[in-house]
Design a protein around this ligand. Structure first.
Ligand code: GDP
Length: 197
């Protein structure tokens, strides 16, 4: 699937801007600076597709990428940026919640967790939203190149224990490093399974 070209389709700041629901979609969520843009760029084998900005909290829209008319990748706005005004955090919640609730073609959300930090309170809040909205989600650990193998194992075990009680969480966790390429093929494979062909 990922040998096909990925192109930017559009950004949405309100529900009216969303593309039609004619294609399956997978979305990517995570705290600001978790490595979401880098991961999307690694998946697509493009350096500048999702803007990997040095400025956390800059991406304030839902960005849609078209994978050759087969599936769309949706970059959800990063959350938890300390300097983001409260109003903005509320807007994230509202737009994202509405997207999650009203998207029949949304196959899965990949929730990115920095392997050095594990779950934070706002990750827990987001998982609760996914559970309530009955949105299937899967945890992707990022930046594993920063850890030793034993530390990655420890992180995986901790995350597995936490999601075992979460109803909508997919049990398998994918450990990735966009910098080194670890886990990227595995994630591509997981996404490919979600498309009809
Ligand atoms: P976003 O805010 O979630 O889109 O995060 P970015 O993709 O912009 O990355 C945030 C920071 O983490 C940048 O400084 C990246 O260079 C760094 N980063 C992202 N992925 C990796 C990774 O796999 N390994 C390492 N070591 N750093 C990463």
């Amino acid at each position: 699937l990922f040998s096909r070209p990925v192109t930017f389709l559009r950004g949405a700041v309100k529900l009216d801007d969303l593309p039609p629901t004619d294609l399956p979609e997978v979305a990517f969520a995570g705290r600001s600076n978790v490595g979401k843009s880098s991961l999307i760029n690694a998946l697509a084998r493009q350096k500048q597709l999702a803007r990997a900005s040095g400025e956390p909290g800059r991406t304030r829209e839902l960005n849609f990428f078209d994978l050759d008319g087969k599936i769309r990748l949706v970059d959800l706005p990063g959350y938890g940026f300390a300097k983001a005004p409260k109003k903005e955090a509320e807007r994230w919640t509202r737009l994202t919640q509405n997207f999650l609730k009203g998207r029949p073609n949304l196959k899965r959300v990949y929730l990115l967790i920095d392997s050095r930090h594990g779950f934070k309170a706002n990750d827990d809040a987001v998982m609760k939203e996914f559970d309530v909205a009955a949105v299937s989600y899967q945890i992707v650990l990022t930046k594993t190149d920063k850890l030793k193998p034993a530390e990655i194992e420890k992180c995986l075990a901790g995350v597995a224990a936490k999601i075992s009680r979460r109803p909508a969480a997919f049990p398998d966790i994918i450990a990735t490093s966009s910098a080194k390429g670890d886990g990227i093929a595995e994630l591509r494979g997981a996404i490919a399974v979600l498309t009809p062909e």
